[in-house]
Structure formats: C-alpha cells, structure tokens
Design a protein around this ligand. Structure first.
Ligand code: GAR
Length: 216
C-alpha cells in the first residue's frame, strides 16, 4: 500500500515533529512526510526539519489581513505538497471551521493532557494545582472545538511527589513522542477509523489500547 503523505504543522520547538520524522524513516511505516509548515518564522523546528532534508516553510500568520487569508494560503501549500493527512505538532494557532471541515478525519492534533480534561494552555500547572495523580497526553482528530475530537491514542502518565510543571511536562513529553507515531500509524494504515465520533479499530471494532508511560 502507498504510504500516506503527511504534512506537519508546528509553531515552535518541534520535538513531536522530530518523533514523527524518525518514525517515518522506517520504510515499513505507512506514512511519509511531504511538508513541514510553521506559522512562526522563528520556530526552531523549521531548522530541525530542513537538517533532515524536508521541505519546511514558514507562513507568518501576522502578515495576513485575516484568519481566512492565512488559512487559504496554508491550505494551498498543503494541497500543492499532495498532503493526505495533517499532523498538528505543537501548532498553537486555532483553525476556523472552514479549514477544519475541509480536512475532516484527515487531521490530527496532540495535546498534553488526558482529554477531555485540561483543554487549552498551562495543562501541567493546572494538573498540579488540582492535585491530580494521573495525567497524560492525547492524539485526536481535529474538530472545530479546540482540543476536542475523536481520540486515537492516549497515554497515562503518573504525577510524582515533588513534580514541578517542568518535570511533569518532560515526563508527559516523553509519552507524547511514543503515542504520536503510534497514532499516526493506526490512522495512516487504515487500522483505525472514526465511527459515530469515536475511533475504533477496523479489525475488532474496539477502541485502541491506552498506553501507560513509563510502562508499569
Ligand atoms: C507539546 O507538549 C504539545 O502536546 C503541545 O505543545 C507542545 C509542543 O512541543 N500542544 C498543545 O498544547 C496543543 N494544544 P513540541 O513543539 O516540542 O512538539
């Protein structure tokens, strides 16, 4: 089967992007990267992508007169690259309904919490403030509501005594780097699909397993 053409959207560091690039390096992986796009020209992830020989472009959203104009330029770049699946990897710009609908069920996002808990920013700070013991990360299909949509993969990550937002973020990020390649593999291979706004495995009809990180 032909490998699915993936575009990665970033805004910053790009460590999840790097995890996807590394997964795509295996010939047996069902996806390959055709474009990396950042809405911030200074995103360090752009250089990481270029060093790995990928086409990486910045389209600075501040230079566009409207959200619609930015999104139509983004859509054009994605289509010109032959994109079949979009992966948001630390892409911190909200996309409007028009764009989201065009890429329905072909657009993934990663978020550093166990959704639907802790949508939005500062997830680790809020987890620590609430005294939550288990947190994690989620890869989900993008919908118009922020940080919502059918869940492809989640990893549960313990909150440890003495954690700071930084130490917790680092533990969750390590889990993110495991589940994003796993989730993209499920979607790109066709093993997972959306039915009634839930993700099920084609073979069993069951939801994909939850991962635990670090493994118990
Ligand atoms: C990651 O923790 C990702 O889950 C988060 O931004 C970070 C990007 O890091 N995304 C969101 O909060 C989206 N709502 P990275 O640039 O190193 O991949």
């Amino acid at each position: 089967m032909a490998r699915k053409k993936v575009a990665i959207l970033i805004s910053g560091r790009g460590s999840n992007m790097r995890a996807l690039i590394e997964a795509c390096a295996a010939k047996s992986y069902p996806a390959r990267i055709v474009a990396v796009v950042s809405n911030r020209p200074e995103a360090p992830g752009l250089d990481i992508a270029r060093q790995r020989g990928l086409e990486a472009v910045a389209i600075d959203h501040t230079k566009f007169a409207s959200r619609a104009a930015f999104e139509s330029a983004l859509d054009e770049i994605l289509r010109a690259a032959g994109t079949q699946i979009i992966c948001n990897a630390g892409f911190m710009r909200l996309l409007s309904g028009g764009f989201v609908r065009k890429w329905h069920n072909r657009h993934l996002n990663i978020h550093p919490s166990l959704l639907p808990a802790y949508k939005g920013l500062h997830t680790h700070e809020r987890v620590l403030e609430d005294g939550v013991r288990i947190t994690g990360c989620t890869v989900h299909f993008v919908r118009t509501e922020m940080d919502a949509g059918p869940i492809v993969a989640q990893a549960a990550v313990p909150v440890c005594a003495g954690d700071t937002p930084e130490s917790l973020a680092a533990r969750v990020l390590a889990a993110e780097h495991r589940i994003y390649p796993h989730a993209l593999e499920l979607v790109a291979s066709g093993a997972a699909r959306v039915r009634d706004e839930k993700v099920i495995l084609r073979q069993s009809g069951a939801a994909p397993d939850t991962l635990f990180w670090p493994r118990p």
